[in-house]
Design a protein around this ligand. Structure first.
Ligand code: AMP
Length: 302
């Protein structure tokens, strides 16, 4: 089943302790769309400025991403720059310019409105809600968010939580939103705010999935070298939702597999800057790492 996906699309400047790269393809929707495209067709909703390089439109097309819902507006593309500390976990945002996103008020193409699966990648909860309100009868809606929206748009975010099926967020965001240091308590408390499932990402320590009758803890793939962690969370969420859309079913079994596929794609993405690694990623590599995940966490009963 196809996936409707919205979020930021931008040009990033990224600095790590080892290297610095500029004018990279970035944005939550870019990472999520390419990650999801390994599993299911993606209908993208977003906005870029006239300065957005054609090579990046070609990159989306190469992954079969439908661009009927992509607006090319007068003005400049969203820009973000960030710098990582030596542990590659802590990141400082150096600058952010919403640019064309300040006036983003999309009208969904008619053929997008019947989408069964929806992923609202990180962008303001108001835009996420506006897009969702145009989908006629979604079967499963997943949303991501970030600390910025918890700080400046908490009411809109809380309203969004009543309209979605699954929330994906980082451990620090879960603690901040629920004002609880315990991730277990925060995850369970988040379920009471609306979503049926909550996925808390713990970076290099994996993630936790909560549901009413479900708890699943998955490790992250143990990589020796991380070149650029940017977009790992977006890739996780895009592949997670893309896999569910591919199966068309949401149950404990498909959700667990979706978490592992999300972790697999995220682990490949951090091996290089921007979306470079996913350009050469093959289905065989995905399956091989999925099997490694299985072996890595498997143990006998006795
Ligand atoms: P992540 O590493 O998963 O947090 O995602 C990084 C991506 O998020 C970068 O490519 C940025 O362009 C994008 N980004 C940064 N800040 C924002 C924001 N406030 N809203 C939407 N996207 C953002």
């Amino acid at each position: 089943m196809s996936l409707l996906l919205t979020g930021s699309i931008g040009l990033d400047d990224v600095k790590t302790p080892q290297a610095e790269q500029h004018d990279l393809l970035g944005g939550s929707a870019s990472y999520a769309a390419v990650a999801a495209s390994f599993f299911t067709p993606v209908n993208l909703v977003g906005i870029v400025g006239e300065d957005f390089p054609k090579k990046f439109l070609d990159l989306y097309r190469k992954h079969g991403v439908n661009l009927d819902g992509l607006e090319i507006a007068t003005g400049k593309t969203f820009r973000w720059s960030g710098e990582y500390e030596s542990n590659m976990n802590n990141r400082r945002t150096l600058s952010i310019a919403l640019n064309v996103f300040e006036k983003f008020n999309p009208t969904l193409p008619a053929q997008y409105r019947s989408a069964p699966f929806v992923f609202l990648a990180n962008i303001s909860p108001q835009i996420q809600m506006h897009v969702l309100s145009q989908v006629t009868k979604p079967k499963f809606v997943v949303a991501d968010t970030m600390d910025l929206w918890i700080d400046i748009a908490k009411d809109a975010l809380l309203e969004l939580l009543t309209k979605i099926d699954c929330l994906i967020l980082n451990e620090s965001e879960a603690r901040e939103l629920m004002k609880d240091a315990s991730l277990i308590k925060a995850g369970r408390a988040l379920l009471k705010l609306g979503p049926k499932f909550v996925c808390i990402k713990k970076g290099e320590h994996g993630c936790l999935l909560f549901g009413k009758d479900l708890f699943f803890s998955a490790p992250a793939f143990p990589l020796e070298d991380i070149h650029d962690p940017t977009g790992a969370g977006d890739c996780f969420a895009g592949a997670f939702t893309g896999y569910l859309a591919k199966t068309g079913k949401v149950n404990a079994d498909t959700l667990r597999k979706a978490v592992i596929y999300g972790s697999v794609i995220a682990s490949f993405n951090v091996e290089n800057f921007s979306l470079t690694r996913l350009q050469t990623l093959t289905p065989a590599e995905i399956e091989s790492r999925y099997q490694s995940f299985r072996q890595m966490s498997h143990f006998e009963l006795h």
